[in-house]
Design a protein around this ligand. Sequence first.
Ligand code: GDP
Length: 329
Amino acid sequence: MTAELDILDLKDRILAGERRALARAVTLVESSRADHRAQAAALLDALRGHGREALRIGLSGTPGVGKSTFIEAFGMMLTDAGLRVAVLAVDPSSARSGGSILGDKTRMEQLSRVPSAFIRPSPSQASLGGVARRTRAAVSLCEAAGFDVVLIETVGVGQSETMVAEMCDLFVLLLAPAGGDELQGVKRGIMEIADLILVNKADGDLRATATRTVADYAGALRLLRKRPQDPEGFPKALAVSAVEGAGIETAWAEMQNLAQWRREAGIWEETRATQAAHWFETELREGLLARLREDQTIRAAIETRARDVAEGKISPDAAAAEILGKMAP
Ligand code: GDP
């Protein structure tokens, strides 16, 4: 069987919503082998325009806050309601250290057994750019396979949140109940990209603290400048208990309200268009850099100039101009 026939077969099976075909395709887009890259590109091309637009939800939170417990409860609720749910993890730690925060334990055991759910751990890639590219491709594949909701989960460290927010329709931040002092510890940038803050573990001894934490965040959110992409009352803070399943339905209702409002206000389309433009630029920039580095001499010059810039021997602008000057016309 030729590679092309293979791809066409894979395409049909993905469009039919076959999970195994989807898993194979995600493996294909994650591969860095040149022949796989070519096949992946052909597959994505063949799938373009097919499938549906899923609701893409970004979910972030520090390790231990309850992400997998929440996704399990949330995912079960959605699949029980007849929706198909994909969960894609983005774990920058696996790129940096080889170890992973999200992948070490068996996660979402119950949800992973549901036929209408698809769970995929983080690709282990050397760069955040690589992970971003693979994750975007995986989202497209899930949409082609007819998933209604695609959850993109990430840990609350580094730049991965911003990257995930750039590929989602909604961004949810999961937080733990905490005293007022810790409120300041949440980086302002993250508050600004969150559409919904869920304070988890609002149960047992932690219930009262969780309620106070929600009030603190609600207050902090009111101080933020009103964003054009929000209806009245958003971004919002709510209390949930992933373990008890409390507040999960309300959280979903709020996500749907926000999504609906954004669709009607034309913001949904606009955001997706802006995101596509952003990724186009990112790809161009990274592609150009990679192209530059293919040349041994240029690569060596980049390394030398990077050191010189750090030591203040040359300005960043002059060094960049010099390197660009070496590029073939
Ligand atoms: P993750 O690292 O963010 O994926 O967090 P996990 O989902 O693995 O949860 C970390 C710990 O917090 C586990 O021991 C969970 O049982 C616990 N946990 C998660 N959600 C809740 C909750 O709603 N209430 C309470 N009390 N504990 C929770």
